[in-house]
Write a protein that binds this ligand. Structure first.
Ligand code: NAD
Length: 360
């Protein structure tokens, strides 16, 4: 099959890690007989340097012509980079928010998976880790508190700030459907996280999620309050398969879940819209401190490419092959510096990419 893939190299370590993911995708093409046509797109700091703005209409239009977009991280060192002397709406991060909005990417997926070989990096005790964990957090990305009306006022010398948390049933329904569909490809359990004992928006969330659950009779649904979920993630992470939640709760819980794995260089993510289209990127930032040194771990980006194969291109077998290749390389003892441990062999960014590509 032939696919059109947008590539956003990004800033900092972005070009290095995207280059390695492309190497692995080329190996997938070679083995399974697909053709990937790559379209290079500019976003973030690289776009500011070329066009003066972090996102252009051209990038949005070209992304819309692609089956999916794979991205390295964007942004620079806020203390030293000239990009951060610009007003906030012209900085690299504004480009990311802009493209998510322009492409209507309302569902953010962040897997948290513990590789047996990296158990040592997990900050939890062995008895808590048990058999390990493998969960995916589905976070609503374009509604809720971060997008509601906000204002700061001052009355009689007293300052007051208000943010509003709004969800329509349609916004809840479409992200809930994504979570149930993903659970159908996995262990068939959805944990919907809210604060229904306090918030009206959470009570509507719970009602709509229950309505959606009726469309998926083979998927088990449970509800959990967000404070309890924050505790359960460090008490018994193995209980979760798919966690479905709103924007702010998901922001916090997905960072907690990723820290529990202990390896930021391993964590992939995806943002999806109503169609099969998605924007795939590592969960970590552009790591300006190690940029250009061939030190970065490319695995999060390679695993993001695997998610792209699975969720946007429906190439499950090929996605499995990429994930298996990563597992093999770890089992053989190869490590980049960030996940290095005693007795393992330290490799560079490019060596890690080649090792994984060779095992496809
Ligand atoms: P960061 O994730 O870039 O780095 C945090 C630490 O983790 C650093 O020590 C870095 O060297 C290390 N690290 C990160 N990824 C690594 C990898 N693949 N391999 C090895 N080590 C890795 O976070 P930060 O320093 O807070 O942010 C740097 C820049 O990235 C900022 O401009 C920030 O805005 C941006 N950022 C972008 C995204 C995104 O594009 N989605 C996400 C987060 C941060």
């Amino acid at each position: 099959m032939q696919y059109r893939i947008g590539l956003i190299h990004g800033d900092g370590i972005g070009p290095e890690i995207v280059g390695e993911a492309q190497k692995v995708l080329d190996a997938v093409c070679g083995k399974y007989g697909h053709t990937f046509e790559y379209v290079r797109l500019l976003l973030g700091g690289a776009s500011i340097d070329a066009n003066g703005v972090p996102l252009t209409e051209e990038t949005v239009a070209e992304a819309k012509q692609c089956d999916a977009v794979l991205m390295g991280s964007i942004g620079g060192d806020a203390a030293t980079s000239p990009w951060y002397k610009l007003e906030p709406s012209k900085r690299p991060e504004a480009g990311l928010l802009g493209i998510r909005k322009a492409l209507n990417l309302f569902a953010n997926l962040r897997p948290a998976y513990l590789y047996d070989e990296l158990r040592e990096a997990c900050p939890l005790k062995n008895e808590v880790i048990g058999e390990g964990f493998d969960m995916i957090i589905v976070r609503e990305l374009t509604g809720g508190l971060y997008f509601g009306e906000r204002k700061t006022t001052e009355e009689d010398g007293v300052r007051k700030a208000v943010d509003t948390l709004v969800y329509s049933e349609e916004e809840i329904r479409r992200v809930a459907r994504k979570a149930f569909e993903i659970a159908g490809k996995r262990r068939k359990k959805v944990t919907s996280v809210d604060k229904a004992n306090v918030l009206d928006s959470s009570r509507l969330w719970r009602t709509v999620v229950e309505e959606v659950a009726e469309e998926y009779p083979d998927i088990a649904l449970e509800h959990m309050l967000v404070d309890n979920c924050a505790m359960q993630l460090v008490r018994d992470p193995g209980q979760f398969d798919v966690i479905l939640t709103e924007n702010m709760f998901g922001d916090i819980l997905s960072d907690e879940a990723s820290m529990v794995t202990g390896s930021i260089g391993m964590l992939s993510s995806a943002s999806l819209n109503e169609t099969k289209f998605g924007l795939y990127e590592p969960s970590h930032g552009s790591a300006p401190d190690i940029a250009g040194k061939n030190l970065a771990n490319p695995i999060a980006t390679i695993l993001s490419a695997a998610m792209m194969l699975r969720y946007s291109l429906d190439l499950d077998r090929e996605a499995d092959a990429v994930e298996d290749a990563v597992r093999k390389v770890l089992a053989e003892g190869y490590r980049t510096g960030d996940i290095m441990s005693e007795g393992c062999q330290r490799v560079s960014t490019t060596e890690m990419g080649t090792l994984i590509a060779e095992r496809i």
